[in-house]
Design a protein around this ligand. Structure first.
Ligand code: ACO
Length: 163
């Protein structure tokens, strides 16, 4: 099951595939440490995500929805991001979308692609039946998410298990 908001001219948005390995690793390296992720590990993880179907559905809707924005002419990965759909006990078994690991390749930043990606993932969460979509981010990115229609809600906390 897919749902998209339209990509700007010269770009397309689609679900992540094996051939996106190098471009996705490059984009995510601008967000955090990716580590020594091999092509086969990448393929294994993407295949694993594909097995996680939302319960109680017969339309192939998935829990993990990672999208890439591709530059049509070059086939290069411009941006990547995920909406992870969680089925909860509260809200009568309702669904919450979690936006994770958003990264625009440095050379494609400032072209509205981040905003297009967030709009796409939010619309995908909505199409999958989420009653809300949430995310955690650094203070420095609050302005970006506000431009995407998100508002401050709550406080992120963590216990660090490993560096
Ligand atoms: N603070 C305030 N406003 C911003 C910021 C920011 N950090 N970044 C972009 N904007 C504004 C832009 O000026 C633009 O404003 P406009 O619509 O008035 O012109 C609007 O937000 C949309 O900007 P885009 O061009 O869509 O942003 P871009 O494609 O450059 O992507 C992103 C922004 C994703 C933050 C990018 O800089 C990036 O990949 N950074 C490194 C990785 C990162 O920090 N990812 C977010 C992690 S949080 C998470 O994953 C849930």
């Amino acid at each position: 099951m897919t749902s998209t908001t339209s990509a700007p001219s010269g770009f397309e948005i689609r679900r992540i595939e094996s051939r996106d390995y190098a471009g996705v690793v490059t984009a995510l390296s601008g967000l955090t440490t990716v580590g020594d992720l091999t092509q086969s590990q990448f393929d294994e993880i993407v295949a694993y995500w594909d097995t996680l179907l939302l319960p109680g559905r017969d339309d192939g809707a998935r829990c993990f929805n990672t999208s890439v924005i591709i530059e049509s002419q070059s086939g290069r990965v411009a941006a990547v991001g995920t909406v992870l759909v969680e089925k909860k006990l509260i809200h009568a078994g309702g669904l919450v979308g979690h936006i994770e690991d958003i990264a625009v390749n440095p050379e494609y930043r400032g072209k509205q692609l981040g905003k297009v990606l967030i709009n796409h993932l939010s619309a995908l969460g909505s199409a999958l039946g989420c009653y809300k979509v949430i995310l955690d981010c650094d203070e420095k990115n609050v302005g970006f998410y506000e431009k995407c229609g998100y508002t401050r809600a709550g406080v992120e906390m963590q216990v660090r298990i490993a560096q």
